[in-house]
Write a protein that binds this ligand. Sequence first.
Ligand SMILES: CC(C)(COP(=O)(O)OP(=O)(O)OC[C@H]1O[C@@H](n2cnc3c(N)ncnc32)[C@H](O)[C@@H]1OP(=O)(O)O)[C@@H](O)C(=O)NCCC(=O)NCCS
Length: 166
Amino acid sequence: MKLNLDKATTDDFKRLKNLRLSALKDSPNAFGAKYSDLKDRPDNYWQQLIKVSNWCLVSADGLDIALLAVDKADKDRKSDCWLSSWWIDENYRGKGVSKVMAEWVYNLCREKGWQKIGLGVWPDNKNAIAVYLKLGFELANGLMPSRSIPGLMYQPMYKSIGGDSK
Ligand SMILES: CC(C)(COP(=O)(O)OP(=O)(O)OC[C@H]1O[C@@H](n2cnc3c(N)ncnc32)[C@H](O)[C@@H]1OP(=O)(O)O)[C@@H](O)C(=O)NCCC(=O)NCCS
Protein backbone atom coordinates (compact mmCIF):
# COMPACT_ATOMS: atom_id res chain seq x y z
CA MET A 1 0.00 0.00 0.00
CA LYS A 2 1.50 3.33 -1.05
CA LEU A 3 0.42 6.09 1.32
CA ASN A 4 0.59 9.77 0.43
CA LEU A 5 -0.01 12.49 3.01
CA ASP A 6 -0.73 15.94 1.63
CA LYS A 7 -1.23 19.25 3.37
CA ALA A 8 -4.37 20.46 1.63
CA THR A 9 -4.26 23.55 -0.56
CA THR A 10 -7.42 25.28 -1.76
CA ASP A 11 -7.19 23.24 -4.99
CA ASP A 12 -7.93 20.19 -2.82
CA PHE A 13 -11.34 21.41 -1.66
CA LYS A 14 -13.22 18.58 -3.42
CA ARG A 15 -10.97 15.97 -1.79
CA LEU A 16 -11.62 17.55 1.61
CA LYS A 17 -15.37 17.72 0.96
CA ASN A 18 -15.58 14.06 -0.08
CA LEU A 19 -13.46 12.82 2.82
CA ARG A 20 -15.23 14.92 5.43
CA LEU A 21 -18.71 13.98 4.23
CA SER A 22 -17.68 10.30 4.10
CA ALA A 23 -16.42 10.60 7.69
CA LEU A 24 -19.63 12.20 8.94
CA LYS A 25 -21.77 9.62 7.15
CA ASP A 26 -19.66 6.70 8.37
CA SER A 27 -19.19 7.84 11.97
CA PRO A 28 -22.17 10.10 12.82
CA ASN A 29 -21.55 9.79 16.55
CA ALA A 30 -17.82 10.53 16.53
CA PHE A 31 -17.87 14.23 15.61
CA GLY A 32 -19.52 17.50 16.59
CA ALA A 33 -20.53 18.29 12.99
CA LYS A 34 -23.40 16.57 11.21
CA TYR A 35 -23.58 15.27 7.62
CA SER A 36 -27.01 16.83 7.04
CA ASP A 37 -25.69 20.30 8.00
CA LEU A 38 -22.66 20.13 5.70
CA LYS A 39 -23.73 18.11 2.67
CA ASP A 40 -25.04 21.08 0.66
CA ARG A 41 -22.39 23.64 1.55
CA PRO A 42 -21.00 25.56 -1.45
CA ASP A 43 -17.45 25.11 -2.72
CA ASN A 44 -16.24 28.24 -0.96
CA TYR A 45 -17.17 26.75 2.43
CA TRP A 46 -14.66 23.94 1.84
CA GLN A 47 -12.06 26.31 0.38
CA GLN A 48 -12.38 28.49 3.48
CA LEU A 49 -11.85 25.49 5.79
CA ILE A 50 -8.57 24.84 4.03
CA LYS A 51 -7.52 28.48 4.46
CA VAL A 52 -8.03 28.45 8.22
CA SER A 53 -6.77 24.98 9.22
CA ASN A 54 -3.94 22.59 8.36
CA TRP A 55 -5.63 19.57 6.80
CA CYS A 56 -3.83 16.28 6.33
CA LEU A 57 -5.36 14.36 3.41
CA VAL A 58 -4.24 10.77 3.03
CA SER A 59 -4.46 8.59 -0.06
CA ALA A 60 -3.61 4.90 -0.39
CA ASP A 61 -2.64 3.79 -3.89
CA GLY A 62 -4.26 6.95 -5.23
CA LEU A 63 -7.55 6.59 -3.32
CA ASP A 64 -8.44 9.13 -0.61
CA ILE A 65 -8.85 7.27 2.70
CA ALA A 66 -8.22 9.53 5.70
CA LEU A 67 -8.08 13.07 7.04
CA LEU A 68 -7.46 15.17 10.11
CA ALA A 69 -7.22 18.86 10.92
CA VAL A 70 -4.60 20.66 13.02
CA ASP A 71 -5.21 24.19 14.32
CA LYS A 72 -3.35 26.60 16.52
CA ALA A 73 -5.19 26.15 19.82
CA ASP A 74 -7.31 28.82 21.44
CA LYS A 75 -6.19 29.72 24.98
CA ASP A 76 -8.88 27.68 26.75
CA ARG A 77 -7.65 24.48 25.08
CA LYS A 78 -4.53 24.38 27.30
CA SER A 79 -2.29 23.27 24.45
CA ASP A 80 -0.37 24.73 21.50
CA CYS A 81 -2.42 23.06 18.80
CA TRP A 82 -5.60 21.08 18.52
CA LEU A 83 -6.41 18.01 16.42
CA SER A 84 -9.88 17.39 15.07
CA SER A 85 -11.88 15.53 12.43
CA TRP A 86 -9.61 12.49 12.58
CA TRP A 87 -11.06 9.72 10.45
CA ILE A 88 -9.75 6.72 8.54
CA ASP A 89 -11.86 4.75 6.07
CA GLU A 90 -12.98 1.53 7.75
CA ASN A 91 -11.17 -0.63 5.17
CA TYR A 92 -7.86 0.98 6.14
CA ARG A 93 -8.13 0.86 9.93
CA GLY A 94 -5.82 -1.35 11.93
CA LYS A 95 -3.04 -0.95 9.37
CA GLY A 96 -0.86 1.65 11.06
CA VAL A 97 -2.24 4.63 9.12
CA SER A 98 -2.94 6.52 12.37
CA LYS A 99 0.73 6.29 13.35
CA VAL A 100 1.86 7.68 10.00
CA MET A 101 -0.64 10.52 10.35
CA ALA A 102 0.60 11.22 13.89
CA GLU A 103 4.16 11.54 12.52
CA TRP A 104 2.84 14.04 9.96
CA VAL A 105 1.34 16.03 12.86
CA TYR A 106 4.62 15.96 14.83
CA ASN A 107 6.51 17.27 11.80
CA LEU A 108 4.00 20.08 11.35
CA CYS A 109 4.34 20.89 15.08
CA ARG A 110 8.13 21.09 14.77
CA GLU A 111 7.72 23.45 11.81
CA LYS A 112 5.30 25.67 13.74
CA GLY A 113 7.07 25.47 17.12
CA TRP A 114 4.11 23.71 18.80
CA GLN A 115 5.00 21.35 21.64
CA LYS A 116 1.77 20.46 23.37
CA ILE A 117 -0.83 18.74 21.21
CA GLY A 118 -4.42 18.48 22.37
CA LEU A 119 -7.57 16.84 21.11
CA GLY A 120 -11.10 16.17 22.30
CA VAL A 121 -12.95 12.87 22.10
CA TRP A 122 -16.44 11.87 23.23
CA PRO A 123 -16.00 9.86 26.45
CA ASP A 124 -17.94 6.90 25.01
CA ASN A 125 -15.64 6.63 21.95
CA LYS A 126 -13.58 3.95 23.68
CA ASN A 127 -11.90 2.81 20.48
CA ALA A 128 -10.54 6.25 19.62
CA ILE A 129 -9.43 6.77 23.23
CA ALA A 130 -7.52 3.46 23.08
CA VAL A 131 -5.85 4.54 19.85
CA TYR A 132 -4.84 7.93 21.24
CA LEU A 133 -3.45 6.31 24.43
CA LYS A 134 -1.42 3.98 22.22
CA LEU A 135 -0.10 7.02 20.33
CA GLY A 136 1.11 8.47 23.63
CA PHE A 137 -1.71 10.88 24.46
CA GLU A 138 -2.76 11.15 28.09
CA LEU A 139 -6.23 11.67 29.51
CA ALA A 140 -6.77 15.05 31.14
CA ASN A 141 -8.48 15.10 34.51
CA GLY A 142 -12.04 16.15 33.94
CA LEU A 143 -14.23 16.77 30.92
CA MET A 144 -14.74 20.04 29.04
CA PRO A 145 -17.97 21.46 27.58
CA SER A 146 -18.32 20.97 23.82
CA ARG A 147 -18.52 24.07 21.65
CA SER A 148 -20.17 22.32 18.73
CA ILE A 149 -22.86 20.49 20.72
CA PRO A 150 -23.90 22.56 23.75
CA GLY A 151 -24.71 20.33 26.70
CA LEU A 152 -22.23 17.62 25.75
CA MET A 153 -18.85 17.21 27.41
CA TYR A 154 -15.70 15.96 25.74
CA GLN A 155 -12.62 14.22 27.11
CA PRO A 156 -9.47 16.26 26.48
CA MET A 157 -6.26 14.34 25.76
CA TYR A 158 -2.74 15.73 25.44
CA LYS A 159 0.65 14.75 24.18
CA SER A 160 3.81 16.81 24.57
CA ILE A 161 6.56 16.43 22.06
CA GLY A 162 9.96 17.84 22.78
CA GLY A 163 12.57 18.53 20.14
CA ASP A 164 11.89 15.04 18.89
CA SER A 165 8.61 13.22 19.18
CA LYS A 166 8.69 9.78 20.65
C1 LIG B 1 -9.83 6.72 15.44
C2 LIG B 1 -9.22 6.19 14.13
C3 LIG B 1 -8.78 7.37 13.26
C4 LIG B 1 -7.98 5.35 14.51
O1 LIG B 1 -7.46 4.71 13.39
P1 LIG B 1 -7.19 3.13 13.38
O2 LIG B 1 -6.67 2.72 12.07
O3 LIG B 1 -8.44 2.44 13.85
O4 LIG B 1 -6.07 3.00 14.50
P2 LIG B 1 -4.96 1.88 14.57
O5 LIG B 1 -5.58 0.55 14.29
O6 LIG B 1 -3.79 2.31 13.73
O7 LIG B 1 -4.56 1.92 16.10
C5 LIG B 1 -3.41 2.56 16.62
C6 LIG B 1 -2.91 1.73 17.78
O8 LIG B 1 -3.95 1.61 18.76
C7 LIG B 1 -4.22 0.23 19.02
N1 LIG B 1 -5.67 0.05 19.21
C8 LIG B 1 -6.63 0.28 18.29
N2 LIG B 1 -7.84 0.02 18.82
C9 LIG B 1 -7.60 -0.41 20.08
C10 LIG B 1 -8.45 -0.83 21.13
N3 LIG B 1 -9.79 -0.85 21.01
N4 LIG B 1 -7.86 -1.17 22.32
C11 LIG B 1 -6.53 -1.15 22.48
N5 LIG B 1 -5.67 -0.73 21.50
C12 LIG B 1 -6.21 -0.38 20.33
C13 LIG B 1 -3.75 -0.50 17.78
O9 LIG B 1 -3.40 -1.84 18.08
C14 LIG B 1 -2.55 0.32 17.37
O10 LIG B 1 -1.43 -0.04 18.15
P3 LIG B 1 -0.10 -0.63 17.47
O11 LIG B 1 0.45 0.53 16.68
O12 LIG B 1 0.75 -1.02 18.59
O13 LIG B 1 -0.57 -1.75 16.60
C15 LIG B 1 -10.23 5.29 13.37
O14 LIG B 1 -10.58 4.19 14.16
C16 LIG B 1 -11.50 6.01 12.95
O15 LIG B 1 -11.54 6.66 11.92
N6 LIG B 1 -12.59 5.87 13.75
C17 LIG B 1 -13.89 6.46 13.43
C18 LIG B 1 -13.91 7.96 13.60
C19 LIG B 1 -13.48 8.40 14.98
O16 LIG B 1 -13.93 7.87 15.99
N7 LIG B 1 -12.59 9.41 15.00
C20 LIG B 1 -12.08 9.98 16.23
C21 LIG B 1 -12.90 11.15 16.65
S1 LIG B 1 -12.29 11.86 18.17
